[in-house]
Every structure is written in C-alpha cells, then in structure tokens.
Design a protein. Structure first.
Length: 118
C-alpha cells in the first residue's frame, strides 16, 4: 500500500542535519533537490512511498506548523526558505516529525538525508 509523506517530514529531516552543522535554515532550492533525491532513492529501494515536496507544500508547512517554522525572505521580501524557530531544537523536530513516521520510512529518511548532505 502506497504511503504519503508530507512536506513537513522532509523539512524536519533536512533541518535536523542543518542544525547539527549550526544552521537553522534550508532553502526552497535545497528542499526541492532533497525531495527529488528521496523519491528516487525510495524507488530504488522499493519503498512504496510518495513524498509531497512541491514548493506550495513547503509553504503550507510554514503556516501549518508555525510553532516550529517561519519563512525566510530575501531583501525584496521574496520567500527563499524555511527557518527553524529559535525556541525549537533537534529533539523537538525528532519528537514531532520523525517518531510519528513508520519505522521503515523514518530510518530511510534519516539515512537518505545523511547521504544527501555529505
């Protein structure tokens, strides 16, 4: 049975890795590339999942989870990425987003993001 994974899980996974490097931000460009990467990797590993990773879905994530994320804008006011709120940390992201996923998908995303940022 195909499972759908929302953009918020992709955002959280990438932000966890960025936070480990001292960065609280991910660009929409990098999120898009990561979304393509995890979808391709899941197909190669025969994991029956669809990752919802369009730009509108990333923008919705900011508003749906405004207690975790905020929109990063450039000097012209254009949305360029997602910031992790200063009141949140890696543990918050893992508790809210990672541990809710089925184990096989959660483990896959953790491994995939580590390969992606390497």
């Amino acid at each position: 049975m195909t499972r759908f994974v929302g953009a918020e899980y992709v955002v959280a996974n990438l932000l966890i890795e960025e936070k480990k490097k001292g960065c609280n931000y991910v660009s929409f460009d990098n999120l898009g590339k990561y979304g393509i990467y995890v979808q391709q990797e899941s197909l190669m590993k025969n994991i029956d999942v669809i990752f919802l990773t369009s730009r509108p879905q990333f923008l919705e994530t900011i508003y749906d989870f405004s207690d975790y994320f905020e929109c990063k804008v450039d000097e012209n006011g254009n949305a360029i990425g997602i910031l992790l709120k200063s009141s949140k940390d890696i543990d918050d992201l893992q508790y809210r987003f990672i541990y809710y996923l089925p184990t096989d998908i959660s483990e896959f995303l953790v491994e995939a993001v580590q390969r992606f940022v390497a």
